[in-house]
Design a protein around this ligand. Sequence first.
Ligand code: ADP
Length: 470
Amino acid sequence: MMKRLRTVRGRFALWTAGLLLVGLSVFGFYVYQSMARRLATAVDESLTLVGAQVVAGLDIVKDRLVSSESFTEEPENVDLQRRGYTVWVTRPEGQVIHAFGPYQHLDLLSGGTAAFSTQSDPETGDAVRVHVVPVPGEARQVAAVQVAHSLEDSRETLERLATTLLIGVPGLVAAAALGGYLLAARALSPIDRIIQTARRISAEDLSARLDLPVVDDEVGRLAVTFDEMLARLEMSFRRERQFTTDASHELRTPLSAMQAILGTVRARRRTPAEYDRALADLAEESDRLQSLTDDLLRLARGDARAPESREAVELSTLLADLCDSMRPLAQAKGLSLTCQVPEDLTVLGDRDDLIRLFGNLLQNAVKYTESGAIKVSAEAAADGTVSIHVADSGGGIDSEHLPRIFDRFYRVDPSRASPGAGLGLAIAQEIARSHGGSIEVSSQVGQGTHFTVTLPDSARPASPGIHPAT
Ligand code: ADP
């Protein structure tokens, strides 16, 4: 029982039953009371009526009651007797003149004033209602009429009503409790499924789903939401696992290269020139490893960097400095690199992150462009954002690959010909997002690629998605 009460359906049934019990009890009490009152009034009214009728039938001459032998046989009195009435006609002093009816042994009431009383019949033990009516003459009271009738009928009626209520109310309450329990159990049965499924779920196996039939109510929506949440969790766990696999794989490549170099060098004594070359190769692989672990750390950290490190960063200087540092590399490939950024353009953000974001885009532009020009430009938009463009005239990206280039470890040409692990754009996107901005790309094969980064303008901090540091 206690266990049942810990369930919603148990409590629901109990509350239904409790409320119904209180409601029906109050209702039953009211019905019983008003029935009792109505029955009592009906008896008193009939006694008043009969009393008046008997008084009207009396033969009074000059303030004297003429006693008639046939009083009891008169048709109206026979009828009263048949209907169970007991009638006395007495002189004012109490001497009985006429009497008929079943309750002859009741005490006579004093006939001075009209009155009602309830007595118990000494012979039968019945409750009897008695009404006395004085009969006035012209100068003095002539007689008194006393009428009585049993209250047993009323008592029986009330008893039957009480029995009906005492059986009916608990019966209804029990039925309501059971009904409430079953209804609640039916409505809540998906919750039990949710509980069982949730118990089965672990990080290793997130494939469990409720797959309940879709019902558009609270519980139905909860089930759907639960399944959607599981799907999202499963997806993100899978992505994390994939990320770890890819990362280990990427880390293994430079490590294997280093081991190979070491193996060859140690096989026999080498000339100083050979050692120098081997060291240079090792340094190169170690650099690769370094930048890879940097990238991995940045991605693993996500946007966990505290917003306090955000400051108003002046874009014109930041981008100009970046262009300057990239220019030698571009010029070595015969590319022109221009930077057109208006003065006083600032965004709210983390300077190191922003350098990394635009550095990755610029490096890609130089890396994947064979001839032509790279253009960096920026402008503030009316909606409180700043757009920064990095456009190149390189080979472009096929539309088949375009949607995936921001994925971690995704490379259009996975050969080792061009350095990189496919993390640059993933990091760029992560940084843009963590700054409340976004990054978009458009590209035409053979014509070039155009990246657009949109960031909230620090001069208009009201724009959504970014909370200025205080
Ligand atoms: P990585 O440069 O290390 O390969 P990224 O995440 O920076 O990784 O880029 C993913 C892929 O997108 C690259 O491998 C490249 O194929 C493509 N890509 C990126 N930028 C450009 C660009 N400016 N022009 C052409 N292809 C690009």
